[in-house]
Design a protein around this ligand. Structure first.
Ligand SMILES: [Zn+2]
Length: 306
């Protein structure tokens, strides 16, 4: 069985503030080590559960967050974003996906760094229902036949995800600063939490046959609310229907709908023809930058485990 570990960062153990998720900061350099630890425990769990092959897919921002030289060597690593065959690369040979360190949907109150797909949206709805990233990514990957078997992150993020993926295993991660800056208590919390990640990953792999690809049956009506009308004007270079700060479009499948979401999020009409080359250059640039030019970590008083 080929298991993919998809890594976001906001919902990682050890992370409690936004700067720890912002590429290029010293705090993010600390956040990267937290995420890498989480991912390693999930890799370990996947092998415990019987995976024959594990691939890590890094998805946050530029898609190069994990500290590759600290990742479990048994896993392959895929960083950055793609155009073909999917935005997440070659997903068709994955049998199961485990989603690590997720966050809540745009518009969720009292949650850590809530957003859906990108920070420009204050809400994303499909067929009138507000959705989180697991609804979108899950249903996109679902159309390629790949189920999600595990989610980890803040409690609200996990419960939003589980409403679409009731079969998935889950691990809840605390987002309070004091949880990670209290010496031996923090060490205990971290090792217990990551132990749960490992156990839940193993369980998900063992029960892989019960995990279902998420499929939303079409037609799908997408509705995104931009944080400001100016943003909607700037990003909607595709002349999708727009009223004020709300942009809408229809799609028969999630693959088509997600492609359109990416058009208004990342690919203005003018650069669309060269998006492949652009993505390739970005993968090379960020791989080099985040590998060789990373700043020194600033853990800001967090208890760091060796
Ligand atoms: Zn993220």
């Amino acid at each position: 069985m080929h298991v993919a570990v998809f890594a976001d960062i906001e919902g990682s153990f050890g992370i409690w503030r936004m700067r720890q998720c912002r590429m290029g900061t010293r705090e993010w350099q600390y956040g990267r080590s937290c995420l890498t630890d989480d991912v390693n425990h999930v890799i370990h769990g996947a092998f415990d559960g019987g995976a024959e092959r594990v691939t890590v897919k890094d998805i946050h921002e530029s898609g190069f967050n994990c500290l590759v030289d600290k990742l479990d060597r048994r896993a392959q690593y895929v960083g950055g974003h793609f155009i073909n065959p999917t935005f997440f690369g070659d997903v068709q040979n994955y049998d199961l996906m485990l989603f690590v360190a997720i966050h809540a949907a745009s518009g969720t109150t009292d949650s850590f760094f809530p957003h859906t797909h990108y920070g420009i949206f204050s809400e994303v709805r499909i067929n009138e229902k507000p959705v989180c990233e697991m609804d979108i990514y899950g249903a996109y990957l679902g159309e390629f036949g790949v189920p999600i078997g595990l989610v980890s992150g803040e409690d609200i993020a996990v419960s939003q995800a589980l409403s679409a993926l009731p079969w998935a295993k889950s691990v809840v991660v605390d987002k309070r600063e004091e949880t990670y800056t209290s010496g031996s208590h923090s060490v205990e919390y971290l090792s217990e939490g990551r132990g749960k990640l490992r156990a839940a990953a193993a369980e998900a792999v063992r029960e892989a046959s019960r995990m279902k690809p998420l499929v939303l049956s079409g037609p799908l009506h997408f509705e995104v609310t931009f944080r400001a009308e100016k943003l909607a004007d700037r990003y909607n270079t595709w002349d999708f229907d727009q009223e004020g700060n709300v942009v809408t479009w229809d799609a028969d499948t999630m693959i088509e709908g997600f492609e359109k979401l990416n058009k208004i999020t990342f690919f203005p009409k003018s650069i669309y023809p060269v998006r492949r080359q652009m993505m390739f250059c970005m993968r090379v640039l960020y791989r080099l930058k985040n590998t060789y030019f990373a700043p020194k970590p600033n853990p800001e008083g967090a208890t760091v485990i060796g």
